[in-house]
Design a protein around this ligand. Sequence first.
Ligand code: FE2
Length: 200
Amino acid sequence: MAIYMLGRNTFGDPADAGKLMTIEEAHQLLEDWVPNERLRLHMKQVAAVMKAWALEREGADATTALKWELAGLLHDADWEKHPDDHCRIIIEELERRHIDPEVIHCIASHGPRYFGVEPENTMDKMIYMFDELSGFIHAAALIRPTRYEGMDVKGIQKKLKTLNFAAQVNRDDITDALSRIDTPLEEIIQFIIDHQKDVV
Ligand SMILES: [Fe+2]
């Protein structure tokens, strides 16, 4: 992945705190911006895992969970059509739509090495944690005849050490993301498997 430094650290307008779009509007944006079905599925999977983590692990209310879900659903929305301006285009779109700055900051911090924005709150740290690993686990599911059924954490951990499997997934990012949170890798992998397996 190339480097697309955003060159700034603040996003959105504090006056827009609490302003969200509906999940239907976010899905429509994906339909309009992302023809690639596999990329759309990736974002839906990250969204499902983010929402579930907010509700089950952070005790979030429905509005907060929607923030986590929207960040997951839109984090790569500009990747297909604007590969050279990835992240900047969706951020500017969400700023134009007056979306809550926390959602925008979360999207901006999903790859600190690439966009130059550090994850600050838990939502930021978890999207960084889930993004690469979610894609990795899905790649592992695709080569199994039974897909997610019977998939186990140990098998995923072993594949992570097999560097020529899903070689585009940067293991250093996973290690770095993990170092910023208190949850063990095993638990994160299991959580992702459980919450993205039925996303279509
Ligand atoms: Fe992603």
